[in-house]
Design a protein around this ligand. Sequence first.
Ligand SMILES: [Zn+2]
Ligand SMILES: [Zn+2]
Length: 274
Amino acid sequence: MLHLPIGRWRDWIPADCPGCGRRQGGQGLCAACLASLRPDPARPCCGRCAHPLDEVGGCPDCGPEPPAYDRVVAAFDYAGLGRDLIRDYKIRRRLSLARPLADLLVRAVLAGEAGNPRPDWVVPVPARRESLRRRGFSPPAEVARLLARRLGLRCHLDGVRRMREGERQAVLDRALRLRAQVGVFTAFGAAGRPHPAPPAHRALSGSAADSARPLSGRRIAVVDDVLTTGATLQAVASALKEAGAVRVEGWVLARAVSPGSGRDGGRGRGRVLQ
Ligand SMILES: [Zn+2]
Ligand SMILES: [Zn+2]
């Protein structure tokens, strides 16, 4: 008698591909959908924010000042099937997509792991209260939890908190987005932020939990669903570094692309879901 973990049995059960709807011999996306989502490895990308550099010369999302984050890993472009999957996950509230989407991000993280130190913690971008109420779940938090488990990393769901709601990003241009995000987030261990409740505190474990600045010297991976201009990631990374983090990476499902640099000409950029 075979004794396989439930996760392994699930891989054998036929199911409809969440990308194209065709029945296949396992769970998750079919091989054709996976292939269509894979970014072209030969395409030049910005070393910081992962924006494609073809046809636009310099990076449109990185100004003269280096951002607070050190690197971005994106599983796929916010275009075509990638955009459809994000919409299904966020608008149609298909929570069952969290696992295949997390798997795609795991694949991207592992592919780009060489030469990059592993983070100490995985932390999701906290959802806006109104979005949480509407959806009933936090899209970044669900992915962060599953991804951390797959990679054997510690996940701290409350590592970053919203101090205020901030304006909806979709209606603002980049400069306004950056300005609107100032002071929105605070990180665990930041001055003035109360210590978390005992269960979350215990989850940190080790010497970090005893320190007055638990993020001090830590490397953090911030998980989000879509990266548009990087304004949210910039604000979260700033908060984490102010609290002592030494390295912050953005791990995102989808990377919005400028017109001309994406498979669909970047039609989705600037109107990314909140
Ligand atoms: Zn498919
Ligand atoms: Zn860039």
